[in-house]
Design a protein around this ligand. Sequence first.
Ligand code: IPD
Ligand code: CA
Length: 269
Amino acid sequence: MSLELDLGELAADIAREAGALARRRRQEGVNLAATKSTLADIVTDADREVEALIRARLRAERPGDGFLGEESGAEAGETDVTWVVDPIDGTVNYAYGIPAYNVSIAAVRGSADPTTWEALAGAVFAPALDELFTAVRGRGAWLGSARLAVTTDSAAGALLGTGFGYDPATHDGDLATVRRVMTMARDLRRMGAAALDLAYVAAGRLDGYFERGLSPWDFAAGALLVSEAGGKFSRLDVDSARPMVIAGGADVHDRLRTLVNDMAAVTGT
Ligand code: IPD
Ligand code: CA
C-alpha cells in the first residue's frame, strides 16, 4: 500500500475514535475550559482531551512525524510528514448542542505551513451525524464508500457557505464581503464549522465557500477533500493576518475569487 493510503487509513481510524470521545463527552455535558482570542472564542475540556487522544495515537503509530494542533501547538518531526489537527471544529456548535461539529485530521508533506505543504490525506468526521469524509491525494474524496464530486452547474445562483471570525472588529468587513458575493448566490449558509463547510463543497451540498481568518487546522483536511472532489481551493492575501479561503467548483471558485479580489482592491480589506 502507498504511504498516502496508509496515512488516510490512519487519519480515518483516529478521527472516528476521537469523534466518538467528543460525542460521549457532549452527552455527559460540556465544560467550558477557557476563552481564547475573544469572549466568543471558547475551548472546552473536550477539545483538549480529544486532541490529547489524537496526539497520543499518532505518536504511538508514527513517532517521527511532526504535529500541529489547535489546542496543543506545534512540534517539528523527523520525517517529512506533519499532522494538522483540529480536535473539535465547530466548538460553539458543540457547546450549544448543534450537531454540526467535527474532528479534522490531515497529513501533509512538509512543515506545518500551508503555503508550502502538500496535503497527502485527510479525514473529517462529524460524530453527531455519523458522517466520515475522507480524501487521499490522487485517489478521490469519499463520504463513507460514496465517491464525491463538486457541483458544476449553478445557473440558478450558487448556494454558498461562509463563516465569521470571533473578533467583533472584523464583522463589518466580513459582512461587506457577504453583500458583494450575494450577487452570485441563490442563498447563503453559515454552519459554524469550516471543515464541514469544505466537506460539503466536496459533497456537492454547497456550490462554494469563502471565509477570512481561518487557521491551518480549520482547512487542512477540507481543502484536500475539495480538490480531490474535482474542485478548486485557494487562499488570498496569505501574508495578511486574515487570509481569505475560497473553495468551489472551478466556475464558482473563480467567480468568488474575482468578487472578493475586486473588493479588496476597492476597500483595502
Ligand atoms: C471555527 C469554525 C467556524 C469558523 C471559525 C473557526 P473552531 O473553528 O470553523 O465555523 O467560522 O473561523 O475558528 O474554533 O470551532 O475550531
Ligand atoms: Ca477547534
